[in-house]
Design a protein around this ligand. Structure first.
Ligand SMILES: *Cc1c(COP(=O)(O)O)cnc(C)c1O
Length: 430
């Protein structure tokens, strides 16, 4: 028998693989739905501020020219008044909420304040609040403020991570007891990207008779969330991160149907009153989740959110999550082979089941490397103290070839010592 010479396939280069993944990516066309003034810029901070959708830019122009300039006060009866609820209902399916439980209002911090107050009032005989060292600092400040406002009757217990990357579900659950009034956690940790098991922790809180309040800021729009399915009580989250709602866009809040009637907002504003335009002198809360509205909503900012949400509905959360995982796995592979030798270590979970949609790379010179990436080579990540470079992977506008190029530019910064041109002193916003 004649032996055919074995021909070895040339190994596929990283760039070829990136291009192959882009060609097979069903979400690739969504990139063209965003305003991209500098196509060479690689934007890896969609977990802090999403890009501008083309449709939002057009909608804002229309809002200014027609609705503000021409309609003036009549706009309130032509869609402005209902906007906080209408947009809340558009967010609801992205977080597993049936209608009537989500409104858009204020900032995440303010919404958290309202809900923590309401939760503590529902459990007057319990005096513990459980959170974690992974929670976003504003959340902990708000909780500390609520404890002070309630007369220092509560104790805040923080579950700590041993490796600063993971926070095992068992450890969180073990901290919840019969004394616990409230458990409040960031679903995805802002530094390491660790993803909590929403279902198991919500169930554990319920079994102990505690309430659970999730902060979804780093998960909404990137990671599937199932609040109703988990049996969660409350949630808050940003619209300006993966949802691309625009800088300072108002946040959302969720209160489960089962507890709405018993909940009171500590900020009793007229937009949460049952009939604001009766100008009644006594406050009667609106039925349902609307009672957590406070004052006049930011109409222009609300207008930008709606077309942005259309993109998420069109794409679907499952495909978005699938691509997010594929992007992070691709990046991890490049990281292991090409960045570890340059002194980087991984600050995020290796297992995609425990990871949100950003990866944290640690390096002793992280801050200066970040500066050089931004100012020398057109890559925009962000820096979180002490040594994390966060790379946010927003599936609607980031492709594999760009991610590959980001790694090439990162290698260049370190190899050519471009970061040594920058001082170690930090700018005020990192
Ligand atoms: C971004 C973020 C916030 C921000 O809160 P604001 O009130 O909008 O400034 C809060 N919590 C988490 C978990 C975040 O990631």
């Amino acid at each position: 028998m004649e032996r055919r010479p074995t021909k070895r396939e040339p190994a596929e280069s990283d760039l070829d693989r990136a291009r192959r993944l882009d060609a097979a990516d069903p979400l690739a066309p969504f990139r063209s739905r965003f305003v991209l003034p500098d196509p060479s810029l690689i934007y890896l901070d969609g977990n802090s501020l999403g890009r501008l959708p083309t449709a939002s830019a057009a909608r804002l122009q229309q809002e200014i020219q027609q609705e503000w300039a021409e309609q003036l006060i009549r706009g309130w009866n032509r869609g402005w008044y209902e906007a906080p609820e209408r947009i809340g209902e558009r967010i609801a399916p992205l977080i597993g909420a049936a209608p009537g439980q989500v409104v858009v209002s204020d900032s995440t911090s303010v919404n958290l304040y309202k809900l923590v107050h309401a939760a503590l009032a529902l459990r007057p005989d319990r005096h513990r609040i459980v959170s974690s060292t992974f929670n976003f600092p504003t959340d902990l400040y708000v909780v500390q403020g609520c404890i002070a406002a309630a007369g220092h009757r509560h104790r805040l217990d923080l579950v700590a991570s041993e490796d600063e990357i993971h926070l095992p579900t068992e450890e969180v659950i073990a901290a919840i007891d019969e004394e616990t009034a409230l458990v409040t956690l960031s679903h995805v940790a802002f530094k390491s990207g660790f993803l909590h098991d929403g279902a198991r922790i919500s169930a554990a809180a319920r079994e102990a008779g505690a309430l659970i309040l999730w902060d979804l800021s780093h998960s909404v729009g990137a990671v599937p969330v199932d609040l109703d399915g988990w049996g969660a009580d409350m949630a808050v989250g940003c619209t300006y991160k993966y949802l691309n709602g625009g800088p300072g866009a108002p946040a959302f809040l969720y209160v489960a149907h089962a507890i709405q009637a018993a909940c009171r907002s500590p900020i009793q504003g007229w937009f949460g009153q049952q009939a604001p335009f009766d100008f009644d002198l006594a406050y009667h809360p609106a039925p349902g989740v609307r009672r957590f509205l406070v004052g006049t909503p930011p109409v222009l900012s609300l207008a930008a959110i709606e077309p942005a949400l259309d993109l998420h509905h069109e794409a679907g959360m499952e495909p978005i999550r699938r691509k997010s995982v594929a992007l992070s796995e691709f990046l991890l592979d490049l990281f292991d082979r090409r960045l570890v030798p340059l002194g980087f270590s991984l600050g995020s979970p290796r297992n995609a089941d425990h990871r949100g949609s950003h990866l944290s790379l640690r390096h002793s010179d992280a801050y200066r490397i970040c500066r050089a990436l931004i100012e020398e080579v057109g890559v925009l990540p962000d820096f979180r103290a002490p040594d994390h470079i966060r790379l946010g992977l927003a599936p609607l506008y980031l492709g594999f070839e760009q991610l590959h190029e980001a790694v090439v530019r990162l290698e260049q910064v370190v190899r050519e010592d471009l970061h040594l041109r920058y001082p170690s002193a930090r700018l005020s916003v990192t």
